[in-house]
Design a protein around this ligand. Structure first.
Ligand SMILES: [Zn+2]
Length: 271
């Protein structure tokens, strides 16, 4: 494949053998313009209010960083409204970078969307919660384990409280104090089955883990390992609530704005 194809998979950090893109070693601090095909990354364009494939030009700017490391800059453009997003890639090679067919890996990816575009594939199309889901994902990509979990937990608690309010389940106990979140969750789940089936036995366990991670009782490594299952749980809950007929009127009232929600059949797990 050409290097542009690998870069187009960002933010996925893949490794692949690519066609030669440097015909000589690029020394530290030296620049070279490379022609490796167009980089194409999907974003939700804010101006177009739709998913678009933002494209680079034919030439990319490549900077030598180390013997096996180059930094690549690209400016990507919405093909319809011409909104731009800058993207930066750090590419590391297993063997000689200027070899015939080097095996390279995308080590780091950063994009500067400046409010022009949003990531796609990050959100659940779930209105207000999308922003928090995107923040969780960005924190995860920066390897900020506890940070990513804070956003997931925020969504989890907000939904549970909103559903409790709709269903008339008191969020305070007889003494007027707030109920512990875990027991509120259990009550809400018994009445409205908000925890996806795939998680029904794991839902509370995952929540406990989420709480432990957020409260700092867990390592960063553990938080990063738990990110994907916790995220699937949270998205599954949003989807379950959105597809619950009894909740329909209330969702409108809450202004969740979830028209574009990707509800898979069965409302189960989403990666
Ligand atoms: Zn656009």
């Amino acid at each position: 494949m050409r290097l542009s194809e690998l870069l187009s998979k960002a933010p996925a950090k893949e490794e692949a053998q690519v066609e030669r893109f440097l015909n000589a070693r690029l020394a530290w601090g030296k620049h070279k313009t490379i022609e490796v095909g167009k980089v194409a990354i999907n974003f939700k364009c804010k101006t177009c209010d739709d998913a678009r494939t933002f494209m680079s030009g034919d030439r990319l700017s490549c900077l030598g960083v180390g013997d096996r490391v180059v930094s690549i800059d690209a400016c990507l453009k919405c093909p319809v409204c011409e909104a731009t997003v800058e993207a930066w890639f750090l590419v590391v090679s297993r063997d000689e970078l200027d070899g015939q067919a080097p095996t390279v890996r995308l080590e780091r990816y950063v994009d500067n969307r400046r409010g022009m575009a949003r990531r796609v594939g990050v959100s659940a199309g779930a209105g207000d919660f999308d922003d928090l889901l995107e923040r969780a994902q960005l924190a995860y990509e920066e390897q900020l384990g506890a940070g990513s979990m804070v956003y997931l937990r925020k969504i989890f608690e907000a939904i549970t409280k909103q559903v409790a309010d709709i269903a008339g389940i008191p969020t305070t106990g007889n003494n007027g104090a707030r109920k512990p979140f875990r027991s509120l969750l259990q009550e809400v789940d018994e009445r409205h089955h908000i925890i996806p089936l795939a998680f029904s036995s794991e839902g509370y366990k995952l929540f406990s883990e989420l709480s432990e991670i957020v409260h700092g009782d867990s390592s960063e490594e553990m938080a990063l390992r738990k990110y994907h299952p916790c995220r699937s749980l949270v998205i599954g809950i949003i989807q379950n609530v959105a597809s619950d007929q009894d909740m329909q009127w209330a969702i409108d009232a809450l202004g969740w704005n979830i028209n574009g929600l990707n509800v898979p059949s069965g409302g189960a797990m989403v990666q």
